[in-house]
Design a binder for this molecule. Structure first.
Ligand code: NA7
Length: 543
Protein backbone atom coordinates (compact mmCIF):
# COMPACT_ATOMS: atom_id res chain seq x y z
CA UNK A 1 0.00 0.00 0.00
CA UNK A 2 1.50 3.34 -0.99
CA UNK A 3 0.48 6.46 0.82
CA UNK A 4 0.93 9.42 -1.44
CA UNK A 5 1.89 12.83 -0.10
CA UNK A 6 -0.72 15.54 -0.39
CA UNK A 7 0.28 18.44 -2.62
CA UNK A 8 -0.89 21.85 -1.38
CA UNK A 9 -1.63 24.50 -4.00
CA UNK A 10 -3.58 27.72 -4.31
CA UNK A 11 -5.25 26.55 -7.48
CA UNK A 12 -5.70 23.51 -9.66
CA UNK A 13 -6.58 23.92 -13.32
CA UNK A 14 -8.03 21.03 -15.28
CA UNK A 15 -6.81 20.80 -18.86
CA UNK A 16 -4.07 22.34 -20.99
CA UNK A 17 -6.01 23.52 -24.01
CA UNK A 18 -6.74 27.16 -24.84
CA UNK A 19 -8.45 27.58 -21.44
CA UNK A 20 -6.02 25.78 -19.18
CA UNK A 21 -2.91 27.37 -20.69
CA UNK A 22 -4.08 30.93 -20.27
CA UNK A 23 -5.57 30.31 -16.82
CA UNK A 24 -2.30 28.78 -15.68
CA UNK A 25 -0.35 31.75 -17.00
CA UNK A 26 -2.52 34.39 -15.33
CA UNK A 27 -2.56 32.60 -11.97
CA UNK A 28 1.18 32.13 -12.00
CA UNK A 29 1.85 35.72 -13.01
CA UNK A 30 -0.35 36.89 -10.15
CA UNK A 31 1.83 34.91 -7.76
CA UNK A 32 -0.36 31.92 -6.92
CA UNK A 33 0.91 28.38 -6.64
CA UNK A 34 -0.85 26.50 -9.41
CA UNK A 35 -0.64 23.35 -11.46
CA UNK A 36 -2.56 22.26 -14.52
CA UNK A 37 -3.41 18.60 -15.06
CA UNK A 38 -3.82 17.30 -18.57
CA UNK A 39 -4.94 13.91 -19.76
CA UNK A 40 -3.04 14.12 -23.06
CA UNK A 41 0.66 13.72 -23.56
CA UNK A 42 0.91 17.29 -24.76
CA UNK A 43 -0.88 20.63 -24.70
CA UNK A 44 -3.74 21.49 -27.05
CA UNK A 45 -6.97 20.06 -25.62
CA UNK A 46 -9.39 19.34 -28.47
CA UNK A 47 -6.63 20.27 -30.92
CA UNK A 48 -4.50 17.54 -29.41
CA UNK A 49 -7.18 14.87 -29.87
CA UNK A 50 -8.92 15.89 -33.11
CA UNK A 51 -6.32 14.70 -35.63
CA UNK A 52 -8.72 13.29 -38.20
CA UNK A 53 -8.07 13.99 -41.90
CA UNK A 54 -9.18 17.48 -42.87
CA UNK A 55 -9.54 18.69 -39.28
CA UNK A 56 -9.39 22.44 -39.22
CA UNK A 57 -10.90 25.37 -37.45
CA UNK A 58 -13.81 27.21 -39.03
CA UNK A 59 -13.22 30.50 -37.27
CA UNK A 60 -10.77 32.61 -39.25
CA UNK A 61 -7.24 32.15 -37.98
CA UNK A 62 -6.43 35.76 -37.14
CA UNK A 63 -9.36 35.80 -34.72
CA UNK A 64 -8.94 32.22 -33.48
CA UNK A 65 -6.02 32.97 -31.24
CA UNK A 66 -5.15 34.71 -28.01
CA UNK A 67 -5.25 38.48 -27.91
CA UNK A 68 -3.83 39.00 -24.41
CA UNK A 69 -0.31 39.44 -25.74
CA UNK A 70 0.32 41.72 -28.69
CA UNK A 71 3.86 40.37 -28.87
CA UNK A 72 2.50 36.85 -29.35
CA UNK A 73 0.04 38.06 -31.99
CA UNK A 74 2.86 39.79 -33.89
CA UNK A 75 5.21 36.82 -33.61
CA UNK A 76 2.86 34.15 -34.87
CA UNK A 77 2.05 33.98 -38.59
CA UNK A 78 -0.95 31.96 -39.74
CA UNK A 79 -0.56 30.44 -43.18
CA UNK A 80 -4.20 30.40 -44.26
CA UNK A 81 -7.67 31.70 -43.57
CA UNK A 82 -8.75 28.50 -41.81
CA UNK A 83 -5.86 26.80 -40.08
CA UNK A 84 -5.52 23.04 -40.10
CA UNK A 85 -5.31 21.14 -36.84
CA UNK A 86 -1.49 20.66 -36.92
CA UNK A 87 -1.01 24.42 -37.26
CA UNK A 88 -3.28 25.22 -34.31
CA UNK A 89 -1.55 22.57 -32.25
CA UNK A 90 1.82 24.07 -33.21
CA UNK A 91 0.52 27.49 -32.12
CA UNK A 92 -0.52 26.17 -28.71
CA UNK A 93 2.84 24.46 -28.31
CA UNK A 94 4.51 27.74 -29.20
CA UNK A 95 2.45 29.50 -26.51
CA UNK A 96 3.37 26.84 -23.95
CA UNK A 97 7.07 27.31 -24.78
CA UNK A 98 7.03 31.09 -24.97
CA UNK A 99 5.47 31.43 -21.53
CA UNK A 100 7.31 28.46 -19.96
CA UNK A 101 4.01 26.79 -19.10
CA UNK A 102 5.07 23.16 -19.37
CA UNK A 103 6.91 23.14 -16.06
CA UNK A 104 3.57 23.64 -14.29
CA UNK A 105 1.59 21.12 -16.29
CA UNK A 106 1.37 17.49 -15.37
CA UNK A 107 0.61 15.51 -18.52
CA UNK A 108 -0.87 12.03 -18.89
CA UNK A 109 -2.97 12.68 -15.82
CA UNK A 110 -6.72 12.62 -15.43
CA UNK A 111 -8.41 14.38 -12.55
CA UNK A 112 -10.86 11.83 -11.25
CA UNK A 113 -12.52 13.65 -8.39
CA UNK A 114 -12.67 17.01 -6.69
CA UNK A 115 -14.51 17.24 -3.38
CA UNK A 116 -15.05 20.46 -1.48
CA UNK A 117 -14.20 20.21 2.20
CA UNK A 118 -16.30 22.67 4.17
CA UNK A 119 -14.14 22.41 7.28
CA UNK A 120 -10.94 23.44 5.54
CA UNK A 121 -12.48 25.42 2.66
CA UNK A 122 -10.31 23.51 0.24
CA UNK A 123 -10.87 21.20 -2.67
CA UNK A 124 -9.55 17.67 -2.22
CA UNK A 125 -8.54 16.50 -5.64
CA UNK A 126 -7.52 13.05 -6.74
CA UNK A 127 -5.80 11.99 -9.95
CA UNK A 128 -5.74 8.66 -11.73
CA UNK A 129 -2.13 8.25 -10.62
CA UNK A 130 -3.29 8.25 -7.02
CA UNK A 131 -2.07 11.73 -6.22
CA UNK A 132 -3.90 13.86 -3.71
CA UNK A 133 -3.93 17.58 -4.14
CA UNK A 134 -5.47 20.19 -1.91
CA UNK A 135 -6.31 23.55 -3.46
CA UNK A 136 -8.34 26.57 -2.51
CA UNK A 137 -9.53 27.17 -6.06
CA UNK A 138 -10.62 24.47 -8.46
CA UNK A 139 -10.88 25.66 -12.04
CA UNK A 140 -12.21 23.68 -14.96
CA UNK A 141 -10.77 24.19 -18.41
CA UNK A 142 -12.20 20.94 -19.74
CA UNK A 143 -13.78 22.48 -22.82
CA UNK A 144 -17.30 22.10 -24.17
CA UNK A 145 -16.78 19.43 -26.82
CA UNK A 146 -14.31 16.99 -25.35
CA UNK A 147 -16.46 14.08 -24.15
CA UNK A 148 -16.95 12.09 -27.33
CA UNK A 149 -20.22 10.38 -28.15
CA UNK A 150 -19.92 6.83 -29.37
CA UNK A 151 -23.45 5.68 -30.13
CA UNK A 152 -24.37 2.31 -28.71
CA UNK A 153 -24.84 0.33 -31.88
CA UNK A 154 -25.26 -3.39 -31.39
CA UNK A 155 -22.31 -5.50 -32.52
CA UNK A 156 -19.39 -3.04 -32.53
CA UNK A 157 -17.32 -5.51 -30.49
CA UNK A 158 -17.73 -8.10 -33.26
CA UNK A 159 -16.32 -5.79 -35.95
CA UNK A 160 -13.09 -7.28 -37.34
CA UNK A 161 -11.94 -4.09 -39.07
CA UNK A 162 -10.52 -0.98 -37.43
CA UNK A 163 -12.72 1.77 -36.03
CA UNK A 164 -11.98 5.31 -34.88
CA UNK A 165 -13.79 8.29 -33.40
CA UNK A 166 -12.84 11.64 -34.94
CA UNK A 167 -12.42 13.14 -31.48
CA UNK A 168 -9.85 10.52 -30.43
CA UNK A 169 -7.90 10.06 -33.59
CA UNK A 170 -4.66 8.05 -33.28
CA UNK A 171 -1.30 9.78 -33.60
CA UNK A 172 -0.13 7.40 -36.33
CA UNK A 173 -1.46 8.17 -39.78
CA UNK A 174 -4.49 6.08 -40.71
CA UNK A 175 -4.11 4.77 -44.28
CA UNK A 176 -7.29 4.53 -46.35
CA UNK A 177 -5.69 3.57 -49.67
CA UNK A 178 -7.33 0.49 -51.14
CA UNK A 179 -9.74 0.29 -48.19
CA UNK A 180 -13.50 0.12 -47.94
CA UNK A 181 -14.40 2.81 -45.44
CA UNK A 182 -17.65 3.74 -43.72
CA UNK A 183 -18.28 6.98 -41.88
CA UNK A 184 -21.21 7.66 -39.59
CA UNK A 185 -22.06 11.32 -39.08
CA UNK A 186 -22.19 14.44 -41.18
CA UNK A 187 -21.62 17.21 -38.63
CA UNK A 188 -18.56 19.47 -38.83
CA UNK A 189 -16.14 16.56 -38.26
CA UNK A 190 -17.77 14.32 -40.86
CA UNK A 191 -18.03 17.15 -43.38
CA UNK A 192 -14.34 17.98 -43.00
CA UNK A 193 -13.09 14.42 -43.18
CA UNK A 194 -15.37 12.95 -45.88
CA UNK A 195 -13.71 14.72 -48.88
CA UNK A 196 -10.24 13.84 -47.57
CA UNK A 197 -11.02 10.17 -46.95
CA UNK A 198 -12.80 9.94 -50.33
CA UNK A 199 -9.62 11.02 -52.13
CA UNK A 200 -7.75 8.04 -50.75
CA UNK A 201 -10.20 5.23 -50.05
CA UNK A 202 -11.22 2.62 -52.60
CA UNK A 203 -14.84 3.11 -51.53
CA UNK A 204 -16.44 5.41 -49.01
CA UNK A 205 -19.93 4.84 -47.61
CA UNK A 206 -21.35 7.92 -45.88
CA UNK A 207 -24.04 6.96 -43.36
CA UNK A 208 -26.17 10.09 -43.13
CA UNK A 209 -28.99 10.52 -40.63
CA UNK A 210 -29.74 14.23 -41.05
CA UNK A 211 -28.88 16.11 -44.24
CA UNK A 212 -26.95 19.28 -43.44
CA UNK A 213 -26.56 22.84 -44.64
CA UNK A 214 -22.89 23.09 -45.57
CA UNK A 215 -21.50 26.45 -46.64
CA UNK A 216 -18.21 26.64 -48.51
CA UNK A 217 -15.26 27.51 -46.27
CA UNK A 218 -13.44 29.07 -49.20
CA UNK A 219 -10.11 28.60 -47.55
CA UNK A 220 -7.05 30.26 -49.09
CA UNK A 221 -3.44 30.86 -48.11
CA UNK A 222 -2.70 34.25 -46.62
CA UNK A 223 -0.36 36.47 -48.55
CA UNK A 224 2.35 38.36 -46.66
CA UNK A 225 0.48 41.58 -47.36
CA UNK A 226 -2.73 40.25 -45.90
CA UNK A 227 -1.03 38.92 -42.79
CA UNK A 228 0.83 42.20 -42.31
CA UNK A 229 -2.38 44.16 -42.65
CA UNK A 230 -4.02 41.97 -40.00
CA UNK A 231 -1.04 42.39 -37.70
CA UNK A 232 -1.00 46.15 -38.14
CA UNK A 233 -4.70 46.24 -37.25
CA UNK A 234 -4.31 44.24 -34.07
CA UNK A 235 -5.89 46.82 -31.74
CA UNK A 236 -8.80 47.56 -34.02
CA UNK A 237 -9.51 43.86 -34.62
CA UNK A 238 -9.38 43.12 -30.93
CA UNK A 239 -11.76 45.92 -30.15
CA UNK A 240 -14.21 44.84 -32.87
CA UNK A 241 -14.11 41.20 -31.81
CA UNK A 242 -14.78 42.08 -28.20
CA UNK A 243 -17.97 43.94 -28.93
CA UNK A 244 -19.73 41.69 -31.46
CA UNK A 245 -22.15 38.86 -30.82
CA UNK A 246 -19.93 36.13 -32.22
CA UNK A 247 -16.57 37.57 -31.20
CA UNK A 248 -15.52 37.97 -34.81
CA UNK A 249 -15.01 41.29 -36.54
CA UNK A 250 -18.07 40.83 -38.80
CA UNK A 251 -21.53 41.07 -37.29
CA UNK A 252 -25.06 40.61 -38.67
CA UNK A 253 -26.57 43.73 -40.23
CA UNK A 254 -29.57 45.23 -38.53
CA UNK A 255 -31.96 43.93 -41.16
CA UNK A 256 -34.56 41.19 -41.59
CA UNK A 257 -34.29 38.76 -44.50
CA UNK A 258 -37.84 39.81 -45.36
CA UNK A 259 -36.87 43.47 -45.74
CA UNK A 260 -35.20 42.70 -49.05
CA UNK A 261 -36.84 41.72 -52.33
CA UNK A 262 -36.31 38.14 -53.54
CA UNK A 263 -33.76 39.42 -56.02
CA UNK A 264 -31.78 41.48 -53.52
CA UNK A 265 -31.78 38.65 -51.03
CA UNK A 266 -30.55 36.17 -53.61
CA UNK A 267 -27.73 38.55 -54.47
CA UNK A 268 -26.72 38.85 -50.83
CA UNK A 269 -26.77 35.07 -50.34
CA UNK A 270 -24.77 34.54 -53.54
CA UNK A 271 -22.12 37.01 -52.42
CA UNK A 272 -21.92 35.42 -48.98
CA UNK A 273 -21.64 31.95 -50.56
CA UNK A 274 -18.71 33.20 -52.65
CA UNK A 275 -16.97 34.79 -49.67
CA UNK A 276 -17.41 31.56 -47.75
CA UNK A 277 -17.21 31.14 -44.00
CA UNK A 278 -19.96 32.32 -41.71
CA UNK A 279 -21.03 35.19 -43.97
CA UNK A 280 -24.23 33.34 -44.89
CA UNK A 281 -25.13 32.80 -41.26
CA UNK A 282 -24.76 36.52 -40.61
CA UNK A 283 -26.54 37.76 -43.75
CA UNK A 284 -29.56 38.97 -41.79
CA UNK A 285 -30.42 39.44 -38.15
CA UNK A 286 -33.57 37.34 -37.94
CA UNK A 287 -32.62 34.04 -39.56
CA UNK A 288 -32.82 32.25 -36.24
CA UNK A 289 -35.98 33.82 -34.90
CA UNK A 290 -38.28 34.10 -37.89
CA UNK A 291 -39.44 30.93 -39.65
CA UNK A 292 -40.11 32.73 -42.92
CA UNK A 293 -36.69 34.37 -42.97
CA UNK A 294 -35.12 31.05 -42.13
CA UNK A 295 -36.92 29.39 -45.03
CA UNK A 296 -35.35 31.88 -47.48
CA UNK A 297 -31.83 30.78 -46.61
CA UNK A 298 -32.85 27.12 -46.37
CA UNK A 299 -34.16 27.34 -49.93
CA UNK A 300 -30.98 29.02 -51.09
CA UNK A 301 -28.95 26.07 -49.76
CA UNK A 302 -31.31 23.52 -51.30
CA UNK A 303 -30.92 25.24 -54.67
CA UNK A 304 -27.13 25.15 -54.38
CA UNK A 305 -27.17 21.43 -53.57
CA UNK A 306 -29.30 20.74 -56.64
CA UNK A 307 -26.86 22.75 -58.78
CA UNK A 308 -23.82 20.87 -57.46
CA UNK A 309 -25.08 17.29 -57.37
CA UNK A 310 -25.33 15.54 -60.73
CA UNK A 311 -27.86 12.90 -59.75
CA UNK A 312 -31.34 14.27 -58.81
CA UNK A 313 -32.15 11.40 -56.38
CA UNK A 314 -28.88 11.97 -54.61
CA UNK A 315 -29.51 15.73 -54.53
CA UNK A 316 -32.86 15.00 -52.89
CA UNK A 317 -31.30 12.75 -50.28
CA UNK A 318 -28.88 15.57 -49.38
CA UNK A 319 -31.60 18.22 -48.98
CA UNK A 320 -31.73 19.54 -45.42
CA UNK A 321 -35.08 20.39 -43.90
CA UNK A 322 -34.55 21.53 -40.33
CA UNK A 323 -34.34 25.25 -39.51
CA UNK A 324 -31.07 26.50 -40.95
CA UNK A 325 -28.51 27.35 -38.26
CA UNK A 326 -30.29 25.58 -35.41
CA UNK A 327 -27.66 22.87 -35.60
CA UNK A 328 -24.12 24.26 -35.58
CA UNK A 329 -23.53 25.87 -39.02
CA UNK A 330 -21.03 23.83 -40.97
CA UNK A 331 -18.28 24.92 -43.32
CA UNK A 332 -16.88 22.48 -45.83
CA UNK A 333 -14.48 22.19 -48.70
CA UNK A 334 -15.88 20.23 -51.66
CA UNK A 335 -18.31 18.47 -49.36
CA UNK A 336 -21.28 18.18 -51.74
CA UNK A 337 -18.96 17.76 -54.75
CA UNK A 338 -17.50 14.65 -53.14
CA UNK A 339 -20.81 12.83 -53.62
CA UNK A 340 -20.36 13.10 -57.40
CA UNK A 341 -17.33 10.83 -57.12
CA UNK A 342 -17.82 7.27 -58.30
CA UNK A 343 -16.16 5.79 -55.17
CA UNK A 344 -18.55 7.56 -52.76
CA UNK A 345 -21.99 6.30 -51.81
CA UNK A 346 -24.54 8.00 -49.59
CA UNK A 347 -26.48 5.68 -47.30
CA UNK A 348 -29.66 7.45 -46.29
CA UNK A 349 -30.34 6.35 -42.73
CA UNK A 350 -33.69 8.10 -42.69
CA UNK A 351 -34.89 5.49 -45.20
CA UNK A 352 -32.73 2.58 -44.13
CA UNK A 353 -31.58 2.93 -40.50
CA UNK A 354 -28.60 1.03 -39.16
CA UNK A 355 -29.70 -2.27 -37.66
CA UNK A 356 -26.37 -3.40 -36.29
CA UNK A 357 -22.67 -3.77 -36.84
CA UNK A 358 -21.49 -7.25 -37.82
CA UNK A 359 -17.99 -8.71 -38.07
CA UNK A 360 -17.47 -7.40 -41.63
CA UNK A 361 -19.19 -4.02 -41.49
CA UNK A 362 -22.48 -2.19 -41.05
CA UNK A 363 -25.92 -3.70 -41.64
CA UNK A 364 -28.86 -1.41 -42.31
CA UNK A 365 -32.42 -2.74 -42.36
CA UNK A 366 -31.93 -3.26 -46.09
CA UNK A 367 -28.30 -3.97 -46.92
CA UNK A 368 -24.89 -5.04 -45.70
CA UNK A 369 -21.84 -2.82 -46.20
CA UNK A 370 -18.54 -4.67 -45.87
CA UNK A 371 -15.89 -2.36 -44.43
CA UNK A 372 -12.21 -2.36 -43.51
CA UNK A 373 -12.47 0.85 -41.52
CA UNK A 374 -15.41 2.47 -39.72
CA UNK A 375 -15.18 6.12 -38.66
CA UNK A 376 -17.48 7.55 -36.03
CA UNK A 377 -17.94 11.28 -36.62
CA UNK A 378 -20.77 11.15 -34.14
CA UNK A 379 -19.96 14.17 -32.02
CA UNK A 380 -19.91 14.92 -28.33
CA UNK A 381 -21.82 15.00 -25.11
CA UNK A 382 -21.58 18.78 -25.18
CA UNK A 383 -20.97 21.21 -22.36
CA UNK A 384 -22.01 19.15 -19.32
CA UNK A 385 -20.42 15.89 -20.58
CA UNK A 386 -16.78 16.83 -19.87
CA UNK A 387 -17.65 18.18 -16.41
CA UNK A 388 -19.57 15.04 -15.47
CA UNK A 389 -16.55 12.88 -16.24
CA UNK A 390 -15.04 14.25 -13.02
CA UNK A 391 -16.70 13.40 -9.73
CA UNK A 392 -17.18 17.00 -8.56
CA UNK A 393 -18.83 17.41 -5.17
CA UNK A 394 -19.64 20.66 -3.41
CA UNK A 395 -21.23 21.41 -0.04
CA UNK A 396 -22.84 18.48 1.79
CA UNK A 397 -21.26 16.06 -0.65
CA UNK A 398 -23.72 17.00 -3.41
CA UNK A 399 -22.37 16.02 -6.81
CA UNK A 400 -22.57 18.40 -9.74
CA UNK A 401 -24.28 15.71 -11.76
CA UNK A 402 -26.97 15.19 -9.13
CA UNK A 403 -27.52 18.91 -8.75
CA UNK A 404 -27.91 19.47 -12.47
CA UNK A 405 -29.93 16.33 -13.07
CA UNK A 406 -32.37 17.03 -10.28
CA UNK A 407 -35.44 17.90 -12.33
CA UNK A 408 -35.29 21.66 -12.79
CA UNK A 409 -32.25 22.03 -15.03
CA UNK A 410 -28.57 22.78 -15.18
CA UNK A 411 -28.16 26.00 -13.28
CA UNK A 412 -25.21 28.33 -13.31
CA UNK A 413 -24.67 31.97 -12.59
CA UNK A 414 -23.16 33.52 -15.73
CA UNK A 415 -21.91 30.09 -16.77
CA UNK A 416 -19.00 30.73 -14.41
CA UNK A 417 -20.08 29.26 -11.09
CA UNK A 418 -22.89 27.25 -9.56
CA UNK A 419 -24.42 27.48 -6.07
CA UNK A 420 -23.19 24.95 -3.56
CA UNK A 421 -19.75 24.71 -5.19
CA UNK A 422 -17.60 27.40 -3.54
CA UNK A 423 -14.45 28.57 -5.30
CA UNK A 424 -15.16 26.31 -8.27
CA UNK A 425 -14.94 28.16 -11.58
CA UNK A 426 -15.89 26.87 -15.02
CA UNK A 427 -14.12 28.40 -18.00
CA UNK A 428 -16.73 28.46 -20.80
CA UNK A 429 -19.24 26.66 -18.60
CA UNK A 430 -22.85 25.89 -19.58
CA UNK A 431 -25.01 29.02 -20.00
CA UNK A 432 -22.13 31.17 -21.16
CA UNK A 433 -22.03 32.30 -24.82
CA UNK A 434 -18.89 30.36 -25.67
CA UNK A 435 -19.90 27.59 -28.07
CA UNK A 436 -21.75 30.07 -30.25
CA UNK A 437 -19.06 32.73 -30.17
CA UNK A 438 -15.36 32.79 -30.94
CA UNK A 439 -14.01 30.28 -28.44
CA UNK A 440 -10.52 31.67 -27.64
CA UNK A 441 -11.99 35.13 -27.16
CA UNK A 442 -14.64 33.74 -24.78
CA UNK A 443 -11.95 31.85 -22.92
CA UNK A 444 -9.86 34.99 -22.47
CA UNK A 445 -12.86 36.88 -21.15
CA UNK A 446 -13.63 34.15 -18.60
CA UNK A 447 -10.02 33.75 -17.51
CA UNK A 448 -9.59 37.52 -17.09
CA UNK A 449 -12.79 37.65 -15.04
CA UNK A 450 -11.75 34.71 -12.86
CA UNK A 451 -8.26 36.04 -12.12
CA UNK A 452 -9.68 39.48 -11.25
CA UNK A 453 -12.19 37.76 -8.99
CA UNK A 454 -9.55 35.69 -7.18
CA UNK A 455 -7.37 38.77 -6.72
CA UNK A 456 -10.36 40.64 -5.32
CA UNK A 457 -11.07 37.86 -2.82
CA UNK A 458 -7.47 37.69 -1.68
CA UNK A 459 -7.03 41.45 -1.45
CA UNK A 460 -10.23 41.83 0.55
CA UNK A 461 -9.62 38.80 2.75
CA UNK A 462 -12.60 36.79 1.62
CA UNK A 463 -12.20 33.03 1.75
CA UNK A 464 -15.14 32.02 -0.38
CA UNK A 465 -17.06 33.09 -3.44
CA UNK A 466 -20.24 31.23 -4.26
CA UNK A 467 -23.14 31.90 -6.60
CA UNK A 468 -26.40 32.82 -4.87
CA UNK A 469 -29.22 30.47 -5.70
CA UNK A 470 -31.62 33.23 -6.63
CA UNK A 471 -29.00 34.75 -8.96
CA UNK A 472 -28.42 31.49 -10.78
CA UNK A 473 -32.14 30.75 -10.99
CA UNK A 474 -32.61 34.14 -12.61
CA UNK A 475 -29.67 33.65 -14.97
CA UNK A 476 -30.72 30.18 -16.06
CA UNK A 477 -34.28 31.31 -16.60
CA UNK A 478 -33.03 34.29 -18.60
CA UNK A 479 -30.95 31.98 -20.83
CA UNK A 480 -33.91 29.64 -21.31
CA UNK A 481 -36.36 32.42 -22.12
CA UNK A 482 -34.09 33.88 -24.78
CA UNK A 483 -33.56 30.42 -26.29
CA UNK A 484 -37.32 29.72 -26.31
CA UNK A 485 -37.91 32.87 -28.35
CA UNK A 486 -35.71 31.49 -31.14
CA UNK A 487 -35.84 28.53 -33.51
CA UNK A 488 -32.85 26.84 -31.81
CA UNK A 489 -34.95 24.87 -29.36
CA UNK A 490 -37.10 23.37 -32.12
CA UNK A 491 -34.28 21.20 -33.49
CA UNK A 492 -32.51 18.13 -32.12
CA UNK A 493 -28.84 19.03 -31.79
CA UNK A 494 -25.94 18.91 -29.39
CA UNK A 495 -26.95 22.46 -28.43
CA UNK A 496 -30.12 21.03 -26.88
CA UNK A 497 -28.56 17.80 -25.61
CA UNK A 498 -30.91 15.82 -27.86
CA UNK A 499 -27.96 14.02 -29.49
CA UNK A 500 -27.27 12.04 -26.32
CA UNK A 501 -29.70 9.30 -25.41
CA UNK A 502 -31.31 9.98 -22.04
CA UNK A 503 -29.80 13.46 -21.64
CA UNK A 504 -32.37 16.00 -20.45
CA UNK A 505 -33.26 18.43 -23.22
CA UNK A 506 -31.90 21.83 -22.20
CA UNK A 507 -30.49 24.74 -24.10
CA UNK A 508 -27.32 25.74 -22.27
CA UNK A 509 -26.02 28.73 -24.19
CA UNK A 510 -26.38 32.45 -23.50
CA UNK A 511 -27.54 33.52 -26.95
CA UNK A 512 -26.94 37.29 -27.12
CA UNK A 513 -23.24 36.51 -27.48
CA UNK A 514 -19.90 37.58 -26.10
CA UNK A 515 -20.25 41.37 -26.62
CA UNK A 516 -23.32 41.91 -24.39
CA UNK A 517 -22.22 39.12 -22.05
CA UNK A 518 -18.87 40.77 -21.34
CA UNK A 519 -20.68 43.90 -20.18
CA UNK A 520 -22.90 41.91 -17.82
CA UNK A 521 -19.90 40.12 -16.28
CA UNK A 522 -18.02 43.41 -15.85
CA UNK A 523 -21.02 45.07 -14.22
CA UNK A 524 -21.38 42.16 -11.79
CA UNK A 525 -17.71 42.46 -10.80
CA UNK A 526 -17.89 46.24 -10.52
CA UNK A 527 -20.90 45.91 -8.23
CA UNK A 528 -18.86 43.95 -5.67
CA UNK A 529 -19.73 40.65 -7.32
CA UNK A 530 -23.46 41.14 -7.21
CA UNK A 531 -25.29 37.81 -7.13
CA UNK A 532 -22.41 36.06 -5.37
CA UNK A 533 -21.86 35.39 -1.69
CA UNK A 534 -18.47 36.64 -0.57
CA UNK A 535 -17.79 34.92 2.73
CA UNK A 536 -15.31 34.13 5.40
CA UNK A 537 -14.56 30.52 6.00
CA UNK A 538 -16.69 30.24 9.11
CA UNK A 539 -19.78 31.63 7.40
CA UNK A 540 -22.35 29.51 5.64
CA UNK A 541 -24.28 31.08 2.81
CA UNK A 542 -27.93 31.73 3.45
CA UNK A 543 -29.61 31.05 0.15
P1 NA7 B 1 -21.98 16.76 -34.46
O1 NA7 B 1 -22.10 18.09 -35.07
O2 NA7 B 1 -22.75 16.49 -33.22
O3 NA7 B 1 -22.37 15.70 -35.59
C1 NA7 B 1 -22.55 14.36 -35.29
C2 NA7 B 1 -23.08 13.64 -36.49
O4 NA7 B 1 -23.22 12.26 -36.18
C3 NA7 B 1 -24.44 14.11 -36.94
O5 NA7 B 1 -24.50 14.06 -38.33
C4 NA7 B 1 -25.37 13.08 -36.30
O6 NA7 B 1 -26.60 12.95 -36.96
C5 NA7 B 1 -24.54 11.84 -36.46
N1 NA7 B 1 -24.91 10.78 -35.52
C6 NA7 B 1 -24.77 10.78 -34.18
N2 NA7 B 1 -25.20 9.62 -33.66
C7 NA7 B 1 -25.61 8.88 -34.70
C8 NA7 B 1 -26.16 7.58 -34.81
N3 NA7 B 1 -26.38 6.83 -33.75
N4 NA7 B 1 -26.45 7.12 -36.05
C9 NA7 B 1 -26.23 7.89 -37.12
N5 NA7 B 1 -25.73 9.12 -37.09
C10 NA7 B 1 -25.42 9.61 -35.89
O7 NA7 B 1 -20.45 16.41 -34.13
P2 NA7 B 1 -19.13 16.88 -34.87
O8 NA7 B 1 -17.99 16.17 -34.24
O9 NA7 B 1 -19.28 16.78 -36.33
O10 NA7 B 1 -19.04 18.41 -34.53
C11 NA7 B 1 -19.07 18.84 -33.19
C12 NA7 B 1 -18.71 20.28 -33.08
O11 NA7 B 1 -17.29 20.43 -33.16
C13 NA7 B 1 -19.19 21.17 -34.17
O12 NA7 B 1 -20.52 21.51 -34.02
C14 NA7 B 1 -18.27 22.37 -34.04
O13 NA7 B 1 -18.68 23.21 -32.99
C15 NA7 B 1 -16.97 21.72 -33.67
P3 NA7 B 1 -27.91 13.81 -36.47
O14 NA7 B 1 -27.66 15.21 -36.99
O15 NA7 B 1 -27.90 13.77 -34.97
O16 NA7 B 1 -29.05 13.14 -37.08
Amino acid sequence: LSISKKIELDAVVVGAGFSGLYMLLTLREAGYSVKAFEKGEGVGGVWYWNRYPGARCDTESFSYNYTFSEELFQEWTWTSRYPEQPEILAYLNYVADKFYLRKDIQFNTTIQSAHYNERTNRWDIQTDSNQHISAKYFISGVGCLSASNLPKIKGLDDFKGKWYHTGHWPHEKVHFKGKKVGIIGTGSSGVQSIPEIAKEAERLFVFQRTPQYVAPANNYPYTNDEMNRLKTNFHLLKQQMKSTMFGMPNDAPNKSALDDSDEERQKIYEEAWKKGGFYLATSYNDLLVNEKSNETIAQFFRGKIKEIINNPDLANALQPNYYYGTKRPILGTNFYETFNRSNVELVNLKETPIKEIYDQGVRTIKEEYDLDILVFATGYDGMTGPLFKIDIRGRDGLSLKDKWDEGASTRTYLGLMTAGFPNFFMITGPESPSVLSNMPLCIEQHVDWIIDCINYLEENSFDVIEAKREAEDRWSQHCREIAESTLYTKTDSWYTGANIKGKPRRFLIYLPGIGPYRKICNDVANNDYEGFHLLNMSEKPIH
